[in-house]
Design a binder for this molecule. Structure first.
Ligand SMILES: Cc1cc2nc3c(=O)[nH]c(=O)nc-3n(C[C@H](O)[C@H](O)[C@H](O)COP(=O)(O)OP(=O)(O)OC[C@H]3O[C@@H](n4cnc5c(N)ncnc54)[C@H](O)[C@@H]3O)c2cc1C
Length: 393
């Protein structure tokens, strides 16, 4: 059997690994931690709902087969000619590579944004946002400077709105704990486009606006960020928004490793793949998850979502096995389960299998989607083990 290496243990990489593990096929999984984390719940960590450890799943808990190997290392490059993955722990040779390193923040060239904002890129960064906010509120108690109580989120997509929902639930509690008047707190989300949540049906968006504004949050649209300096967002038109916490949630792109290795990439740095998720530049490399530039039959690129990543991972693994056995590979035809956006722990909005939902049903559906994922990843055992930690239905 050829040597299979999987780079990244996110939704795509873990599902690929779990697929091979169940088949008893040996592989090497390279990831920068010895745990998998639930990226789609990181707003809960950043927004103070729960501590980061509860969102971790030890990789060894999912992969039970002794033939598989986990290498904890940071991937730094790919030498396609030599078929070698370069990592912080040395080079790892492969016959087949499943590249699934996910995404990094996209700053669109906005001056100072990267330097002066926080962003949710992994579990550690989500923990850091919560720590930073807690610290700012404690600093307010010491010096009384209102700026510590101002939080500005850049981007009103899924991550920005979900984070806003969490903060509007957590911050009133923090205020009570620290004896800070809630009226002094300012949480605003700044969006350059005319609308929020483009992935959610238009008729559901007023519900989001109403829920957030009732809880004291501000949603601003048509507000373009020109520059960020320390503690200040400079908007188009000259307005300055001062905030002790600035979080950027406005965009993602693939890791530059792909363009540096000479893959054909789109404007978001994702590597172009064919219908079988095989790189168009290198038939020994499959790309899955947010790193893949995959298109449907009409040439529309699939969006970077966990549900696509979860379905791409196992298919990439399966297609490697089919190719090895000289059988026909299978095209990527994902099932669209819908999009769900939580607004705190109790309500949410979105669609499930084409049916629009909002309110408590939205929150329940979001919790259900997590349970489904854990079940698919590690069966009843994993879903059961982590039910108390990460699933609250
Ligand atoms: C707050 C938030 C909420 C979201 N909500 C939803 C949602 O409700 N529904 C939905 O479908 N999508 C949602 N998404 C998007 C979804 O999380 C991504 O589409 C999904 O995580 C992509 O999976 P992936 O496997 O490609 O990458 P990831 O899940 O990001 O996994 C990448 C893995 O690679 C590791 N890694 C990265 N770089 C390196 C390196 N250089 N070396 C070694 N290891 C590395 C990372 O640690 C990670 O384990 C959300 C995203 C965020 C941030």
């Amino acid at each position: 059997m050829s040597k299979i290496v999987i780079a990244g243990a996110g939704y795509a990489g873990m599902m690929a690994a779990a697929y091979l593990d169940r088949q008893g096929i040996p592989f090497t999984l390279v990831n920068n931690h010895d745990y998998h984390y639930l990226t789609i719940l990181l707003h809960e960590v950043a927004g103070g709902r729960d501590v980061g450890d509860k969102y971790k799943i030890p990789i060894k808990e999912v992969l039970r087969n002794d033939s598989s190997e986990l290498v904890v290392a940071t991937v730094t490059g790919i030498d396609r000619e030599r078929r070698v993955l370069k990592t912080s722990e040395g080079e790892i040779g492969y016959d087949y590579l499943i590249y699934a390193l996910g995404w990094v923040s996209e700053y669109f060239g906005i001056k100072g944004l990267k330097e002066y904002s926080l962003s949710i890129t992994n579990l550690d960064s989500a923990v850091e946002i919560r720590r930073h906010i807690d610290e700012q509120f404690r600093l307010y108690k010491q010096d009384g400077d209102d700026r510590h109580l101002r939080i500005a989120l850049g981007g009103a997509g899924l991550t920005g709105i979900e984070l806003m929902g969490e903060l509007l639930e957590y911050l009133p509690k923090l205020c009570r704990e620290l004896d800070i008047p809630w009226e002094k707190v300012d949480v605003q989300c700044i969006e350059a486009m005319p609308t929020i949540l483009p992935m959610v049906a238009e008729h559901l968006r007023p519900y989001v606006v109403e829920t957030i504004t009732k809880r004291g949050g501000k949603l601003r649209t048509n507000a373009k960020i020109n520059e960020v300096t320390e503690g200040v967002i400079h908007l188009d038109g000259g307005e300055k928004v001062e905030a002790g916490t600035i979080v950027w949630t406005g965009g993602v792109r693939a890791n530059p490793i792909l363009s540096e290795a000479g893959f054909t990439v789109d404007r978001r740095g994702r590597a172009k793949v064919n219908a079988y998720l095989q790189s168009v530049d290198d038939e020994q490399i499959f790309v899955a998850g947010d790193s893949a530039w995959a298109e449907d039959e009409n040439g529309r690129p699939y969006p970077p979502t966990a549900q696509n990543a979860e379905q791409m991972g196992p298919l990439a693994a399966k297609n490697i096995l089919l190719r090895e056995r000289r059988r026909e590979m299978q095209p990527f035809k994902p099932r669209d389960w819908g999009t769900l956006c939580s607004l705190g722990s109790e309500v949410g909005v979105g669609s499930f299998l084409g049916v629009p939902i909002k309110g408590v049903m939205g929150a329940l559906a979001k919790e259900g989607s997590k349970a489904k994922y854990l079940w698919e990843l590690g069966g009843l055992r994993l879903a059961g083990n982590h039910a108390k930690e990460v699933v609250r239905i």
